[in-house]
Write a protein that binds this ligand. Structure first.
Ligand code: FEO
Length: 161
């Protein structure tokens, strides 16, 4: 595996683990806001992000590359409202999508077809990730300042498998 690709994939591992850290921080915040369903949703999301990181980790090793774990930035710890936390989650997913697309561009330029193939999974996953994040934002917008509605949204989010 070319060094350029290895470095870029290592960066992406860091971003995916940071995503896990960010969503776990959101989960803790939501728990404190007495929204256990929303907190659970974010906790599951955090675990998925760690799996995303591991997919790239495995790919690097399978290709004879080397993983270098870097330090993680501290995530935000509090938000002004549950809606603002979910808005930040959407912004973050848009940022991750851009990062995946940049990797696709790099792998194409470097003619690394195996990495391109691995990245296709992420391209599809990001469509789903953004759609879910958008749906959550819309749900929270609709129930802003309606405690009863907020309770219903929390119950709905608790259903995530
Ligand atoms: Fe791994 Fe939510 O992107």
């Amino acid at each position: 595996m070319k060094k350029k690709i290895e470095d870029a994939l290592n960066e992406q591992i860091n971003k995916e683990f940071f995503s896990a850290y960010l969503y776990l921080s959101m989960s803790a915040y939501l728990e404190g806001e007495s929204l256990p369903g929303a907190a659970r949703w974010m906790e599951i999301q955090a675990k998925e992000e760690a799996e995303h990181a591991m997919k790239i980790y495995t790919h690097i090793h399978e290709r004879g590359g080397r993983v270098y774990l870097k330090s993680l930035d501290g995530p935000e710890q509090t938000w002004k409202s549950p809606l603002s936390a979910f808005e930040d989650a959407l912004k973050h997913e848009i940022f991750i999508t851009e990062s995946i697309h940049n990797l696709v561009t790099l792998a194409t330029e470097e003619k690394d077809y195996a990495t391109l193939n691995m990245l296709q999974w992420f391209v599809s996953e990001q469509v789903e990730e953004e759609a879910n994040a958008r749906e959550n934002v819309e749900m929270f917008k609709r129930v802003e300042d309606h405690p009863q509605g907020l309770f219903m949204v929390d119950r709905a989010l608790a259903q995530r498998e």
